[in-house]
Design a protein around this ligand. Structure first.
Ligand code: FES
Length: 311
């Protein structure tokens, strides 16, 4: 059977009920599991692919009565992430419905751990085998800068005036001049997440102690005071270094979510779910009287339980 196309009309056994607005994909089988039907102005319903009887270029025929589809619960968009937010290898070989929204169920802590672990391992294994011949010379090339002296300059990244609420992650982007060995200096776009934290969140971040940052010789270069309300987190996920976002989770509320392997962190950077081995990496931060934020751009080794600085 053809795959249902977005914008196709949807007809039940008795009448036409609307059109296809989204499709939902099972991340394991990489097949369409549901279509989402916009019901001619009365909301959206999620219909299992098993209800589809026939598909043509512009029409999806269901084997159900329109009253059965209307009786389904309304579609909940918050239960899903798009395939732009999560990486599913070879999905494009199976699913041909663009342009439009292709959705994957949002992971639920209590029921998706095994499935996600399996999926993550398969993704890693395939990626490793494909990337090995290409990665080896690049890794050799990159080894030298890893041992370059750490850059402990303060960087101005914006003003805290853009933070309107406490305990909400706000992204600050900035450019940093980076010099790789043998290469000219290049401007690299980077980002950090800044929070104006309540005392409760500060307590979770600092656990009652000031946080010290050191140079390569072990000397303290800065101390984040445990009661200073602004906290900066490195923009890289400690699992494998992807960029993460501030998102709403249906069970956990507002969280930091990494789309690569679905690590989830609370506002204090603590791991709530997923493969991340440690909390988000807090960075040195200071804020001037006029609200200018400065950070020291540190990077830490990905995938390790302890925090090991590399840049
Ligand atoms: S890089 Fe894997 S969860 Fe973020």
């Amino acid at each position: 059977m053809m795959q249902p196309k977005l914008k196709s009309k949807v007809r039940c056994t008795d009448r036409e009920i609307g059109e296809v607005t989204k499709v939902v994909v099972d991340p394991l089988s990489r097949e369409i599991s549901h279509i989402v039907v916009s019901m001619n102005g009365s909301g959206e319903r999620q219909v299992a692919i098993g209800q589809v009887q026939a598909v043509t270029e512009s029409l999806v025929e269901l084997r159900a009565l329109s009253s059965d589809i209307v009786a389904l619960p309304p579609f909940k968009r918050d239960d899903y992430v798009t395939t732009h937010e999560i990486e599913i290898a070879h999905l494009e070989e199976n699913i041909h419905v663009t342009p439009g929204e292709v959705l994957v169920p949002f992971p639920e802590l209590e029921k998706s751990v095994k499935r996600r672990t399996f999926f993550m391992n398969v993704t890693h294994a395939i990626g490793f085998l494909i990337g090995l011949p290409i990665a080896y010379p690049i890794l050799r090339y990159l080894m030298k800068p890893m041992y370059a002296p750490w850059d402990n300059r303060w960087l101005k990244i914006g003003n805290v005036g853009k933070i309107k609420q406490e305990d909400i992650g706000v992204q600050f982007k900035y450019e940093k001049k980076v010099k790789e060995v043998y290469m000219p200096v290049a401007d690299v776009e980077k980002n950090v997440w800044i929070l104006k934290a309540t005392p409760a969140v500060l307590e979770k971040v600092y656990e009652g102690k000031d946080m010290e940052f050191r140079d390569a010789a072990g000397n303290t270069i800065w101390t984040n005071k445990k009661d200073f309300p602004y906290v900066a987190f490195s923009g890289k996920c400690p699992h494998l270094g992807c960029g993460y976002k501030w998102r709403k989770h249906k069970l956990l509320g507002q969280v930091f979510l990494c789309p690569c392997h679905l690590s989830i962190y609370d506002a204090a950077g603590k791991v709530l779910d997923g493969p991340a081995p440690r909390p988000l990496d807090a960075l040195p931060i200071k804020v001037s009287d006029s609200g200018e934020v400065q950070i020291i751009d540190m990077e830490f080794k990905a995938g390790t339980k302890s925090q090991i600085r590399i840049v």
